[in-house]
Design a protein around this ligand. Sequence first.
Ligand code: CA
Length: 243
Amino acid sequence: MSQVLVVEDEAAIAELIALNLRHAGYEVTVAATAEQAQAAIDGVLPDLVLLDWMLPGQSGLALARRWRAESRTRELPIIMLTARAAESDKISGLDAGADDYLTKPFSTNELMARIRAVLRRKAPEALDAAVQVGKLRLDPATRRVAGGDVELKLGPTEFRLLEFLMSRPGVVFSREQLLDAVWGHDRAVTDRTVDVYVLRLRQKVERDPASPILIRSVRGFGYSFDAGNGAATALERQVTSTV
Ligand code: CA
């Protein structure tokens, strides 16, 4: 289920948006001030933020700039909400790092369509659509991973890690970024934890875990999922070893 943080100081509007989002299957947190929003972000990173421009104290625009400047929140999908409609305001919003911009009043349908569009672009795994790379298929709705016709048994953390990497093929992530994305704020984990889980995943999805071609190590930095090599999975290894 996708998590959306709604940052809006007008309680009636916040409640209406939250109601509509929950009805559409999103998990919603509401923050009425920049401080509350920052506290929510410091806790758990949502899949998307609906950010009102005009807030008491620090503005939504300043918040968006701050989040874009920090590595942990740099990729956070943000849709700015505002009563301002002037083109210069729209440009300031987008310059501050918003992924999209919606002028009040807006229809629920338009809001939902914009949310889906931003998630599709920036957080495809949040949409619960199955990801297929070659014979390797991961279905967030059923929490199943298969290599061809063979189901691969993954633990919950292994699943989240594979889901995150497979949804962003070709992008290189540092261990720190993977910790934030997959483990959230569980600070009992260390960089080494990422290596351990990558090793386990390779045992399950790579044809030859000793020479991984799907989850690749990027020396001195982190890991990347190579979609170009999706045809090779644990399936072939299992089949050839049982025939
Ligand atoms: Ca406001």
